[in-house]
Design a protein around this ligand. Structure first.
Ligand SMILES: Cc1cc2nc3c(=O)[nH]c(=O)nc-3n(C[C@H](O)[C@H](O)[C@H](O)COP(=O)(O)OP(=O)(O)OC[C@H]3O[C@@H](n4cnc5c(N)ncnc54)[C@H](O)[C@@H]3O)c2cc1C
Length: 436
């Protein structure tokens, strides 16, 4: 077996792994990223189908915050284009653009109890939050029984967190909408979301390397410290010695790679009991006729499972061949945090699409993916995150199972990378062990 030495190994080229690797490489550590897939981006990557650039997961990249700051810090161009208007609601066949009026304008149109709900948002902004056990649905029931408001809250939980209102802690919902970015300003990448990862990949290669199609098979530890990683490269086992490993594979897979006996018992208990993978369904749709003219993302009112839909080609026409519109619709199963019948849930989502858009049947479905289990929408639902520390010195996790409380998506993954790499770089003098 070939053996090499490097400053840091990142397992997984998803959002968290690439942001972490770019920061380490920029911070002076020669860094190797390995990923078992043949392309960058993990669950936020892009594939080509019939001439369309089809996204697997994330499409909306938030402006502002740690994500954008990462690109500036490491000198990677961030090519995203903002739809205008960006977010609206699609209720009873009509687009409701609440623009700058936000929650108050929306709720004011739907329920007489709007002021009571808005008061609770104000309370949350000043730090007065419900405890983590009450669900968003139960919290909302305390202020209104309006069915449209409940449907909207369910679809917002589904769109942002990939779960139902009965599954999301109200504390996480309110934290997100009162103190995080909440997708107020976002853009789509004209090359498909993979475009942003390719840009970050170029920054990493300035002081490191990326091996695609290369699974990590073992994380080696000795005396409570990380010692290296074995990967399978072109059919050969390669052992890489390092005292720093960042895993983007999720805590469960990380434990499997290092062996559960290497970790403290309380960490193993958390991995076993606390993670709640959240599922969603992605339906990529091409259409000759427009389904909707709104250029950004619409969140639906009353539906069975459908929660939101983006009109990608309106802002990024290069994603589709000429003469075609490209949309992506998302649905969330019931339950999203437990077992469900994938076929039945997809059928309900398609029924919703037919109901919302009278001309849906002339459209061509490019792909339907059910994101669940080990390839979920979120490796752990907001409110059920694990620590980034693993209990093994030098071994850290990044990604959407170890988010800050109440955060979500690629922004949250970038934040995990910043927290971990800030701690690593602060503790290490600049040095370089060499190149692989
Ligand atoms: C349908 C859908 C829509 C979404 N929409 C949005 C959105 O619009 N905006 C947004 O911000 N977020 C969105 N998200 C969420 C976002 O895509 C994810 O939170 C994010 O991409 C997860 O990134 P991650 O860092 O956890 O890494 P992952 O994407 O999980 O990547 C980890 C990588 O590690 C690799 N790996 C695992 N094990 C190994 C191993 N042993 N060896 C080598 N490689 C390994 C995996 O193959 C993978 O490539 C969406 C998610 C889904 C599913």
């Amino acid at each position: 077996m070939d053996t090499q030495r490097i400053d840091a190994v990142v397992i997984g080229a998803g959002a968290g792994g690439l942001c972490a690797a770019a920061r380490l490489a920029h911070g002076g550590l020669h860094t190797l990223v390995v990923d078992d897939k043949d392309r960058l981006g993990g669950r936020a990557s892009t594939e080509e189908i019939d001439g369309f650039k089809v996204n697997i997961g994330a499409i909306a990249i938030e402006f502002g915050g740690v994500f954008e700051e990462t690109f500036h810090t490491v000198g990677a161009p961030l090519d995203i284009r903002a739809p205008e208007p960006a977010s609206s609601f699609f209720i009873d066949g009509k687009v409701i653009d609440v623009g700058r009026g936000g929650w108050s304008l929306l709720l004011g149109q739907l329920t007489k109890q709007a002021s009571r709900i808005l008061e609770k948002f104000a309370d949350a902004r000043s730090g007065n939050l419900p405890d983590g056990r009450q669900s968003t649905e139960d919290w909302l029931k305390g202020y209104t029984s309006n069915a449209t408001v409940h449907a909207l809250f369910r679809n917002l939980c589904a769109a942002i967190f990939a779960c139902n209102a009965a599954e999301l802690p109200a504390r996480a919902f309110l934290t997100y909408f009162t103190s995080k970015g909440a997708f107020k300003k976002f853009g789509f990448c004209p090359q498909g979301t993979i475009g942003v990862w390719n840009s970050l990949g170029s920054a990493i290669r300035r002081n490191g390397d990326i091996w695609l199609g290369t699974p990590a098979t073992t994380i080696h530890t000795a005396n409570g410290r990380v010692a290296g990683v074995t990967v399978l490269r072109n059919g050969e086992r390669v052992r890489i010695d390092t005292d720093l490993v960042i895993s983007n594979a999720g805590p469960k897979a990380t434990v499997a790679l290092a062996g559960s006996e290497a970790f403290p018992a309380d960490y193993i208990a958390k991995v076993k009991n606390d993670l709640r993978p959240a599922a969603n369904i992605v339906i990529n749709v091409a259409s000759r006729e427009p389904l909707i003219n709104h250029p950004g993302i619409v969140t639906f009112g009353k539906t069975r499972r459908l929660c939101n839909m983006a009109n990608l080609s309106a802002t990024c026409p290069e994603l589709a061949p000429p003469g075609w519109h490209l949309y992506v619709a998302y649905a969330v199963p019931v339950p999203a945090l437990g077992d469900f019948d994938s076929d039945a849930e997809v059928a309900l989502a398609l029924e919703d699409l037919r109901e919302q858009f009278a001309n849906f049947d002339q459209a061509k479905i490019l792909s339907i993916r059910v994101m669940r289990d080990d390839w979920p929408a979120q490796r752990s639902c907001a409110g059920y995150d694990l620590p980034r520390e693993t209990g093994i010195e030098g071994l850290w996790c990044v990604g959407d199972a170890v988010k800050q409380y109440g955060n979500g998506g690629t922004q949250a993954c970038a934040e995990t990378a910043k927290i971990v790499t800030d701690a690593i770089l602060a503790a290490r003098p600049r040095r370089s062990a060499g190149r692989v």
